[in-house]
Each structure stands twice: as structure tokens, then as C-alpha cells.
Design a protein around this ligand. Structure first.
Ligand SMILES: Cc1ncc(COP(=O)(O)O)c(C=O)c1O
Length: 398
């Protein structure tokens, strides 16, 4: 194959896991905690909303969604993140067919041919949700993988990048609570990042799709932090999803919110090239954004699972600030995942598959250049008793 834009993109984490475990028999009845598939119960009101909007299958949906969806989504953002109405339903948001497609395509309408006289750079945490790298490559930018080590709270130190790099930045991705580590950016982190964005003229693409799964206090949103800092949402696009908040990834419904000028440009681009969300799904999504009861129940279930994990794993685990993953330091993630499967029948994701090798890794011996090397990611998405069984088995080999 000739060298192509996507040549630098490795196979996805789950294809790599399948290859790693290929031909190895599960040592016990199999349990997978590899994929973060929330498998939530569908609230009864979703069916009603779908039914009432069924005739809209007869029309092309608008890229901006429906009035009812926009009001529900803006209402949720303003309430949930205390934005005092700063998110205007008509100007500051758009529906997404799941946040993944939005995170992927949001870069394109903002990509210059060059920046500071060189190829544009898009920075992202390392490890990270792999879609960010695909977006950077497809946009013709240079992806920059910025390590998120334990020492810096598993958040990338963008402020520590060299000036020449910062000047070439077009955008940074930042995930909070993060997949895979569950790290949460506090207000000071957001402020530093936005100050950097103002100084070096780049976009902040805040992937906040785990914002409603937290353990002690709700994470500060990039939206809140930006508004408090500057009175505006400038340079910010913030992404939210019903996949995690409502535990319904199959509905493929999320949103992007941010500065009106950015949303206008994104809307124009999406009008030509973006996927729309079907009418009945917009109606169901509006009902979901309007309801907090199912979200509270969803969060409580994760809190119970996380507490159970702590009882079993004790000091071997660090409780994350948010999200539903355990990020467990096991020395060598691939070896551990192989053993967990072969000896205990538990499928886990090696942390390295969420990361990239970076030559600048400071602790190269331990990380082998990949900040995810010594970790496994464990998704607490199954029912409680299955998770308890799986974690007891994991403990056996720790
Ligand atoms: C960090 C992160 N961002 C985005 C997504 C995409 O979510 P969705 O497209 O279901 O909204 C996921 C899904 O696993 C994720 O983990």
C-alpha cells in the first residue's frame, strides 16, 4: 500500500485485542470487561416519544435538529453547567449522530493549509479515544500525542509544549472525565488551557461525554470554566452524549455546544457533509435531555460498581474522578490481558492499545515509550454480580 493519510493510524483497540487473544482458550466461563458498552435500560418514555414522532421518518431531518430538541438540549446545558442562558438554542449548539462523528468531523471546517509557516498540528492526550487521531490525519494535520502520566494527574501538559509547537496548533482535544483514566480537569486546568488557546490562537475540542458519570462531585465543564473566565464561549466546542449520560449508545445521539461563530461555521459544513439525526431519535433525545431521574439512577449504579471494585481491589486501584473505567497499573498491560483471559476468562483491554509510542516519554523503561504500556482498562459496564465475579478473578492474578 502506498503511504496514505491514514497509514499512521493503527488498527482499532478491539481488533488488536482480538489478535492478541486469538487461539487462546478462556480459562473460565468468559466475561468481557473490554468494551465500554453501557447497555443501559431504556426508559419507558423513550418509546412514547418515538411513537409520537414516527411520521417524521417521511422527511429529511434538518442538520440543526428540531425546535423541541434544541430547547431540551440548551435547557440541559444551561441547567447542568450553570451557564445562565449562555447557550442559546438557535446559535450555540448542534445535534450529532453520536459524539464520535462530531469529534471526527469538527476539525475540518477550521483546518488551515498551514499555521506559523508550517504544517498545522492537532494535539491530543496520550492515551486517548482513537477517533481524535483519525480526525487529525484526515484533516491533513500532524497529530501530536501528549502524554498523560500519573504524575500530571493523567492530564496532558499542553502548557509545557515548546513555543514553536504551540504556534502551529490548530486545535487540541481534551477529554474530561477522560477515557481511559477517568481523570477530571479542574477549573484551573481549563483556565490555563484557554489562556494558551487565546495566546496561540487554537480551538479547544472538549470531549465531555462522561460528564454525568462521576463519583464525588460533578466535573467542572469546559463551558462553565470558559464562561467564568472570559464571559464568552470563545474558541470552545464541547461535546456531550446520551451514550454515557443515559446509557444508550444505540440511539446514536449527542451534541456539540460552543461559540456561536464556530457553531455557524460547523453548521454550514455539516449542511453539506454532515450526518443528520432522524426525527424520532431527536424526539426521544429531547425527552432524555429533559429527564434527570434516569441519569441519577444510571450514575448511582456506576457508583455502586466502583465502590464494589474498591472493596475487592483495595490499594491496587485508584478510584477515578468520573467515567466507568478502571485504569489499573499491572506492570505490562498486554501480558496481564493475556493472562486474565487464559487463566481467568476475563477480557480486558491493554492500555497500550489506547495509546501511541512517543519517543519523548520520560520514563521509557516503564512505559516502553507508550504511556498506556503498564496499564489495563477495565470497563465496569456489566451488571454488578458479573463485575464482582470478574474482579475477584482479576485479583487472583494481580
Ligand atoms: C472518550 C469518548 N469520546 C467519545 C465517544 C463516542 O461516544 P458516542 O459516539 O457514542 O456519543 C466515546 C465512546 O466510547 C468515548 O469513550
Amino acid at each position: 500500500m502506498p503511504d496514505m493519510l491514514m497509514s499512521a493510524l493503527p488498527e482499532g483497540p478491539f481488533a488488536r485485542l482480538a489478535a492478541l487473544l486469538n487461539g487462546i482458550e478462556a480459562g473460565k466461563p468468559a466475561i468481557s470487561l473490554a468494551v465500554g458498552d453501557p447497555s443501559g435500560p431504556v426508559p419507558a418514555f423513550v418509546r412514547e416519544a418515538l411513537d409520537n414522532a414516527l411520521t417524521s421518518f417521511g422527511n429529511y431531518p434538518a442538520i440543526t435538529g428540531t425546535e423541541i430538541w434544541r430547547q431540551a438540549a440548551a435547557g440541559w446545558l444551561n441547567r447542568r453547567f450553570e451557564l445562565n442562558g449562555a447557550v442559546d438554542a438557535e446559535h450555540n449548539l448542534l445535534p450529532l449522530a453520536g459524539t464520535r462523528e462530531g469529534l471526527f468531523s469538527a476539525l475540518f471546517p477550521f483546518m488551515p493549509h498551514s499555521k506559523a509557516g508550517a504544517k498545522p498540528i492537532v494535539a491530543m492526550p496520550n492515551p486517548f479515544y482513537q477517533c481524535y487521531a483519525a480526525a487529525a490525519l484526515a484533516g491533513g494535520a500532524e497529530p501530536l500525542y501528549v502524554p498523560a502520566y500519573k504524575e500530571n494527574g493523567f492530564l496532558p501538559d499542553y502548557a509545557g509544549l515548546p513555543q514553536e509547537t504551540l504556534n502551529r496548533l490548530v486545535a487540541v482535544y481534551i477529554c474530561s472525565p477522560s477515557n481511559p483514566e477517568g481523570a477530571v480537569a479542574d477549573e484551573a486546568y481549563w483556565r490555563t488551557l484557554f489562556a494558551l488557546a487565546d495566546k496561540h490562537d487554537f480551538l479547544v475540542l472538549a470531549d465531555e461525554c462522561y460528564a454525568d458519570i462521576w463519583f464525588d462531585t460533578p466535573p467542572v465543564s469546559a463551558l462553565t470554566a470558559r464562561l467564568r473566565q472570559s464571559g464568552t464561549l470563545s474558541r470552545l466546542l464541547s461535546f456531550h452524549s446520551l451514550s454515557k449520560r443515559s446509557g444508550l449508545p444505540g440511539i446514536r445521539s449527542g451534541l456539540v455546544a460552543g461559540e456561536a461563530a464556530l457553531i455557524a461555521r460547523l453548521r454550514a459544513f455539516r449542511n453539506v457533509a454532515g450526518p443528520t439525526v432522524p426525527g424520532p431519535l431527536l424526539a426521544a433525545s429531547a425527552a432524555l435531555w429533559n429527564d434527570e431521574d434516569h441519569v441519577a439512577a444510571n450514575r448511582a449504579a456506576y457508583q455502586e460498581k466502583m465502590a464494589a471494585a474498591q472493596r475487592i481491589l483495595g490499594a491496587r486501584m485508584t478510584r477515578p474522578g468520573g467515567g466507568f473505567f478502571l485504569w489499573l497499573d499491572v506492570g505490562n498491560g498486554e501480558d496481564f490481558a493475556r493472562r486474565a483471559w487464559a487463566e481467568q476468562g476475563v477480557r480486558l483491554l491493554p492500555g497500550a492499545y489506547m495509546g501511541r509510542d512517543v519517543s519523548s516519554a520520560s520514563d521509557k523503561e516503564k512505559t516502553q515509550g507508550n504511556p498506556g504500556f503498564s496499564y489495563v482498562r477495565i470497563a465496569l459496564v456489566r451488571d454488578l454480580s458479573t463485575i464482582l465475579t470478574a474482579l475477584e478473578r482479576v485479583k487472583e492474578i494481580l
